[in-house]
Design a protein around this ligand. Sequence first.
Ligand SMILES: Cc1cc2nc3c(=O)[nH]c(=O)nc-3n(C[C@H](O)[C@H](O)[C@H](O)COP(=O)(O)O)c2cc1C
Length: 354
Amino acid sequence: MNSFRLVGPLIRLLDAEKAHSFTLWCLKKGVAPSQKVTPDPILQTSIWGREFTNPLGLAAGFDKNAEVVKPMLAQGFGFTEVGSITPRAQPGNPKPRIFRLSEDKAVINRMGFNNAGAVAAAENLSELRKQPLNGLLGVNLGKNKDTAVALDDYEMGAKQLCHFADYIVINVSSPNTPGLRALQDRKELEILIVGVQRVLLEEMGEKAPPLVLKIAPDLTEADKVDIAAVALDLALDGLTITNTTIERPSSLKSNHRSETGGLSGAPLFDASTRVLSDMYRLTEGKIPLIGVGGISSGEQAYQKIRAGASLIQLYSALVYFGPPLVTEILEDLSRLLKRDGYNSVSEAVGAEHN
Ligand SMILES: Cc1cc2nc3c(=O)[nH]c(=O)nc-3n(C[C@H](O)[C@H](O)[C@H](O)COP(=O)(O)O)c2cc1C
């Protein structure tokens, strides 16, 4: 019996944010077990000239300050994404601000980019980079709540953190920072992407990490067409699809369903996979996509890949199923790829569009 079956229900007796802090503490102290991972070569994949031992990553928001990169990679993830990190430290919204919707296997959060800021993250990341990592590392950038010109913050974050990143994400899709999602508008996006691309080039030239944009699931058809056009025109390196949703499906049962914030977990799966599939079609399969939203099984990981994801991520399912889920998903994904006659995960990317 894995130890999470024993400890998980106890941790879930704590309020959601205390449970998260306790989990981070255990991971930092090294008292959380790591998983026995035997990487199956069928899961190896190469994106942006970088080698991933498997396509499953930890989504942003779990490790906002880059404190538990190594222990989370030791759970079997092929990569992990830290952040969102804002230039200056900020406390985020008043507590309580994370809610478990247990009956729905979902989470609502309105954290509001609580984080220790880019200087603290840079210290952690530079320490981490002294030794090789057992996986790849994405750095997710946000903006401070009180910054008027968003571009300034994303440029500053990129300048301070690009040296540590295997890829950089501009997050314009969290619902908990006023005005943030309006940056998904075509003109705003162009300004933002061009600005950050310029900073990355100035800082690192040809060695600059790939630039990825993280988008919301709550987009109109016109928004999606615009974002795809901007991504292709500006040679963006990737899209992460999707962040949490402000929608509340009528199927939700939990008492917390009306809390303000972004909904993630099982009820987000269908909506986020639809946007993923739409974006794959609109970008003609030319841009690597990271599929995230509601994954809690190998079957669902496989569905995201077939819809167009080259890489996949999860967060909320860890709250309910714990770290053993990572190896379970990877084993099931290998089995499903072999069942369908694929030799590598990359062959299955976008298969539903053929
Ligand atoms: C508590 C919590 C905090 C999050 N914080 C961030 C964040 O800071 N930046 C970000 O880009 N996404 C953040 N996310 C969104 C996740 O990265 C992911 O896109 C979303 O939860 C959907 O995946 P899931 O259903 O597997 O959780 C957060 C999610 C949760 C549950």
